[in-house]
Design a protein around this ligand. Structure first.
Ligand SMILES: NC(=O)c1ccc[n+]([C@@H]2O[C@H](COP(=O)([O-])OP(=O)(O)OC[C@H]3O[C@@H](n4cnc5c(N)ncnc54)[C@H](O)[C@@H]3O)[C@@H](O)[C@H]2O)c1
Length: 307
């Protein structure tokens, strides 16, 4: 069976989602909705057969199986809630900037037996899933510290840098550590625009005094996507900007003064195509394993404390 999809929002990220759904054997992009005529005309070139609308309320029951919400963050709640009684819904990150709203969306999805997915892309990346296996195996001993740096991204006007970029770090941490932080500290700075924080330094403390340090900034001439996981016996670097060797593991020698480097092979497929496959499996199996145990609620609760 081919599932029909409606994409709402065809700006920067919407076209990437549309391409990944269309490239899948299981989905077809049937509708594209955007308020902007300019972006709809781009959609017409990219998807000549899709139907194009300016108003998402023109999508009626039974016309699609999945709605993808890639409009600005402040519109996610109202649009996702509108569709969750009729269709499965994938919403861009962050799901909403309010814990109260995320709880409502979770309730509506349960009540209507519809699946609610959020595009936390790194949960579907080969690198983070490799690190997940390393942590589970315990082969390098306990985790002592995590550092993460995420710099350069489009400046937003409806959410600050914590909602926009730390959502990646917090979703990865929830996925890998399967726990919430015990303590959250944040320093937010407005370096370029007086009304919104564009840079943030975050510190989260987890069980067993595991410290996590996060630096997020939209303002940087260089794109940085680097995470460091310090284990007792090794330090793992994950650099998403690397084409092939995204992960390097520096394994300490017996004296602990020198390192041997390992560069493991990882799955390099595009995370969005893995997300599309995951959504297909979830619809078929009527489950949503990654999002079980209140993933969205836990992520939003931590972000609310930090933002
Ligand atoms: N997962 C990721 O890594 C990632 C990356 C980039 C953006 N995003 C998220 O995607 C969302 C969109 O970001 P973007 O950079 O594409 O923004 P954008 O401004 O480039 O695009 C948003 C589009 O939505 C349209 N729009 C606005 N309100 C609408 C409505 N009510 N109905 C229909 N269309 C509407 C706008 O006209 C615009 O074309 C944000 O929530 C952002 O956080 C996620």
């Amino acid at each position: 069976m081919i599932y029909n999809v409606a994409i709402i929002g065809y700006g920067y990220w919407g076209p990437k989602l549309a391409r990944n759904f269309q490239n899948s054997n299981h989905f077809k992009v049937k509708y594209i909705i955007d308020k902007s005529i300019k972006n709809l005309s781009k959609a017409k070139t990219d998807f000549p057969i899709a139907k194009l609308y300016k108003n998402y309320k023109l999508i009626k029951k039974n016309q699609v199986n999945l709605v993808v919400v890639a409009s600005p963050t402040k519109s996610h709640f109202i649009i996702a809630k509108y569709f969750l009684d009729k269709f499965h819904v994938l919403v861009e990150k962050p799901l909403s900037m309010s814990l109260k709203e995320v709880k409502i969306l979770e309730q509506v999805s349960k009540k209507n037996n519809k699946l609610l997915f959020v595009d936390y892309p790194f949960l579907f990346s080969g690198s983070i899933n490799y690190i997940n296996k390393v942590i589970k195996s315990g082969k390098y001993g306990s985790l002592l510290e995590i550092e993460t740096y995420r710099e350069q991204a489009p400046i937003r006007t409806d959410s600050n840098v914590v909602w926009d970029l730390a959502v990646h770090d917090i979703s990865i941490l929830n996925y890998l550590l399967k726990q919430n932080p015990k303590k959250c500290n944040s320093l937010k700075i407005k370096t370029s625009n007086k009304s919104i924080a564009d840079t943030a330094y975050l510190n989260l403390i987890y069980k067993n005094k595991l410290n996590v340090f996060i630096k997020n900034s939209w303002i940087s001439p260089i794109k940085v996507r680097l995470m460091k996981f310090k284990f007792k016996k090794a330090i793992l670097y994950c650099d998403e900007n690397e084409g092939v060797h995204k992960i390097r593991i520096f394994v300490k020698n017996k004296s602990g003064s020198q390192y041997n480097i390992k560069m493991p092979e990882i799955n390099l497929s595009e995370p969005l195509s893995e997300l599309v496959n995951y959504i297909h499996r979830s619809i078929i199996n009527k489950n949503n394993k990654i999002f079980e145990n209140n993933l969205n609620i836990n992520i939003t609760r931590t972000l609310e404390k930090l933002a």
